[in-house]
Design a protein around this ligand. Structure first.
Ligand code: KG4
Ligand code: ZN
Length: 338
């Protein structure tokens, strides 16, 4: 098939991500602007501020990656943007800019499901997994195990019944006074604790470990940490011990259930995606446990774990390729409805 050049735009939350993906040459260039510093003084993302900042950033970022790739706007074959889920106002910035560019250039515009972007992001790395595989999607908004049999062929195996893993990291980090976004900070504190000559050690429950299904529950862990905080004086050592105990509990359950998903489906490839996929302990534990059963784990590059434009450009390119393969190019607006 002839090469397709796709511009990807991600504006679902507080990162403005853009990328150029070419189906023959791969990822040509990408750029990301994180607003997290702007939101940190409010302790979370302020939707109105997020939308306004996306408007300020997105066009300069697109200009930047076009010039970095030596590509002209007129060379684009399609535009892919994050359709949802996410903050409504923030999403509309990406949708509007994409619609306007697509109209001006007379090229197709595709809305991509944010989770499909995350799900396919490990395919941007080499070696890339081949279908079928099990995917563990762990972001700030979602925690799901999926069986992935091909593009668009996703079966939900299990998911969280309350908080997402990233959300639990963020809320627990807030309790521990680590600010926003707390996941990476909590993880850093836990990792430092392991390497310190600590005197404290806490054990937290492993929620739903033996529930017999592939579902998760993380909201109780935050409460368990709060209970610990009421019982113990908050020294740097106890704070580190709590961060470590929390991370250990989350990672343990995520790893055990991922392995159970492999066993249930009979598959031997596990793909990890979403922001929590950047967690070092999760990566180490999954690799170790997978090796024991002869399975392989695939991770996105660190920079493509959290929200980014590359995963949206890539998902858009795959969707475009699928439709052009089937000679259904005019159908691009409806393929996501499947
Ligand atoms: O995928 P993502 O960028 O955005 C969503 O779609 O939600 O994920 C962000 C989430 C946040 O909750 C953040 O705290 C968490 O991923 N996260 C981490 C780490 N890096 C990011 N959680 C634990 N350890 C990390 N190293
Ligand atoms: Zn995300």
């Amino acid at each position: 098939s002839h090469p397709l050049l796709v511009l990807g735009i991600e504006t679902s939350c507080d990162e403005t991500g853009v990328a150029l993906y070419d189906t023959h040459r791969g990822l040509l260039s990408h750029a990301l602007y994180s607003q997290s510093e702007m939101h940190s003084e409010y302790g979370g993302v302020v939707p109105e501020l997020a939308s306004r900042d996306h408007i300020r950033r997105v066009l300069p970022l697109i200009r930047q990656i076009l010039s970095a790739a030596g590509v002209d706007l007129a060379d684009l074959d399609a535009i892919a943007y994050t359709q949802g889920p996410g903050l409504a106002g923030a999403l509309l910035v990406g949708a509007s800019i994409s619609a306007a560019l697509g109209f001006a250039l007379n090229i197709p515009v595709l809305g991509i499901h944010h989770l499909e972007g995350h799900l396919l992001s490990p395919l941007l790395s080499k070696p890339a997994p081949a279908f079928p595989f099990v995917a563990l999607l762990v972001s700030g908004g979602h925690t799901q195990l999926m069986e992935v049999n091909g593009l668009g062929l996703y079966t939900l195996l299990g998911e969280t019944v309350d908080d997402a893993a990233g959300e639990a990291f963020d809320k627990t980090a807030k309790l521990l006074g680590l600010g926003y976004p707390g996941g990476p900070a909590l993880s850093k504190l836990a990792d430092e604790f392991v390497h310190s000559g600590h005197s404290k050690y806490f054990e937290l429950p492993r929620p739903m470990l033996h529930s017999g299904d592939l579902n998760f529950s993380f909201s109780g862990l935050k409460t368990a940490v709060l209970t610990l905080m009421h019982k113990h004086e908050m020294t740097p050592d106890t704070r580190g011990a709590m961060a470590f105990a929390f991370q250990e509990a989350v990672v343990d359950v995520l790893a055990e259930k991922s392995l159970a998903a492999l066993a249930k489906t009979g598959l031997t490839q596990l793909v990890v995606a979403g922001g929590v996929g950047a967690n070092r302990q999760l990566r180490n534990t999954l690799c170790r446990k997978a090796e024991q059963i002869g399975a392989t784990v695939f991770f996105p590059e660190f920079e493509f774990c959290t929200d980014n434009g590359a995963m949206i450009a890539f998902a858009g390119a795959m969707r475009m390729q699928e439709t052009s393969d089937q000679d259904k190019r005019t159908d691009v607006f409806t393929i996501n409805a499947r």
